[in-house]
Design a protein around this ligand. Structure first.
Ligand SMILES: Cc1cc2nc3c(=O)[nH]c(=O)nc-3n(C[C@H](O)[C@H](O)[C@H](O)COP(=O)(O)OP(=O)(O)OC[C@H]3O[C@@H](n4cnc5c(N)ncnc54)[C@H](O)[C@@H]3O)c2cc1C
Length: 388
């Protein structure tokens, strides 16, 4: 029977939940707003399948030589609706045109994020765009397996830990499965997102959310929220308190701080990322409308790339140089010591005020330690002069 001893050792992938033959595993939110398995031991028959499919217990070392490519979709409309260069939509269209099914992250009616599937191009818009909240997998792994067994092509798109969860759940390779992951900074808490939505809505009903609205530019993207009374909220990402707290790691899932999947050697066939630092690396691919950095990780990834390349502008690039401005590609998020302070206060203090206070404190502490260090250096230099 699976037992979570440390929260860092569960990514919330739902593999155990999907595989349990007795349906005795539920996924429940902890107090911080992340899902963990809880087992009804009276129904458990001790088959051990839940442990067998756990991607944290069974880690896989990948040996491959990924190819890095800077690119973007030639279709400007799709590109502008997407977070980076709109490559996800091109891969999905390919799969759907061959009679396949695409799994990705969508908003539910309350603007929480969950995985689901579509098999027509018109519905793909639901998955377009990054959603900065952990997506709930639900029964998706089970559904993927059903489609694969029917012989249908399946594209599964998700975070690298969700891909690892799916692969361990399936327990064998399928020629008709394509896995596409993202370079992932980390996944924020559902409870914090729910709290933020209430704060920003202030009694109004939300009718649309875009985490990466590009009308202010790809590099200076905005968080945009529409309300059913016709009003809307829009702020540049690095000025919005939810995004500021996300990028400073105040409310990521504990496993994100020990992420085992941030590596250049990945289990997916294709990895999608923003090509941050493009102006220094490949300025000719930069028009501030969104450029993707993609890794081709497998033979299957190569053949997808061959099929989509007529629809993209692209250039093969040096992988080490390309990820220099994108640490999430290869190293885990740093645990922020202010995380517990944030969680203690976020339901009591107004969201914007709390985030700004925590950031100011970090800045103040940095300045204090800078001056202490400077003082120590001066003291050491003085004592050297005096006691010479
Ligand atoms: C939580 C999160 C953190 C990220 N951090 C980074 C980063 O640090 N550096 C970087 O370069 N890129 C990061 N990305 C990825 C990047 O922003 C783009 O999503 C990616 O490059 C694909 O862009 P696109 O234009 O091809 O397609 P888009 O249409 O923008 O692609 C959207 C794809 O992302 C998937 N997706 C959206 N939200 C989620 C979610 N919550 N969980 C799982 N899958 C989701 C959708 O299913 C779809 O497949 C992050 C994405 C997310 C969701």
């Amino acid at each position: 029977m699976i037992k979570i001893v440390r929260k860092e050792e569960c990514t919330g992938c739902h593999g155990c939940y999907n595989v349990c033959p007795k349906k005795c595993i539920d996924m429940n939110f902890d107090e911080d707003g992340f899902l963990y398995p809880s087992i009804d031991s009276s129904k458990c028959v001790g088959c051990g399948l839940c442990e067998k499919v756990c991607p944290i217990i069974h880690t896989v070392e990948v040996e491959n030589e990924p190819i890095a490519i800077g690119c973007y979709n030639k279709d400007e409309k799709i590109r502008m609706e997407s977070s980076s260069g709109g490559i996800f939509t091109l891969i999905s269209e390919l799969v759907i045109q061959s009679g396949g099914v695409v799994f990705g992250a969508e908003f539910d009616k309350n603007y929480n994020v969950r995985h689901s599937y579509v098999d027509n191009i018109q519905d793909l818009h639901k998955f377009r765009g990054s959603k900065y909240v952990q997506s709930t997998i639900g029964n998706s792994y089970y559904n993927v397996k059903q489609f694969l067994e029917q012989g249908r092509k399946v594209l599964f798109s998700g975070t690298p830990c969700q891909i690892a969860g799916l692969k361990r759940y399936l327990q064998k390779d399928y020629d008709n499965l394509i896995c596409q992951d993202i370079v992932c900074h980390g996944v924020p808490s559902t409870y914090v997102w729910e709290h933020y939505k209430k704060f920003i809505a202030n009694g109004r009903r939300i009718s649309g959310v875009k985490f990466r609205d590009k009308s202010t530019g790809w590099k200076t993207y905005s968080l945009q929220i529409a309300f059913d009374d016709g009003s809307s909220y829009k702020d540049i990402g690095n000025e919005n308190s939810y995004i500021k707290g996300f990028v400073r790691d105040f409310y990521l899932r504990p496993s994100c701080y020990e992420c085992k999947y941030k590596t250049l050697h990945r289990e997916s066939d294709i990895t999608l990322a923003d090509f941050w630092g493009i102006e220094a690396n490949e300025p000719e691919l930069d028009d501030n409308r969104g450029t993707s950095l993609i890794f081709i990780n497998s033979e299957s990834g190569k053949s997808i790339f061959e099929d989509i390349k007529k629809n993209i502008i692209f250039k093969i690039v040096d992988i080490e140089k390309a990820v220099a401005f994108n640490p999430s590609a290869f190293k885990g998020a740093l645990y922020n010591k202010k995380r517990s302070n944030f969680y203690k206060k976020y339901e009591k203090i107004e969201f914007d005020l709390l985030i700004n206070k925590l950031i100011r404190e970090s800045f103040k502490n940095k300045m204090i330690s800078y001056f202490i260090n400077e003082k120590l250096v001066i003291k050491r230099q003085l004592s050297k002069i005096i006691f010479k």
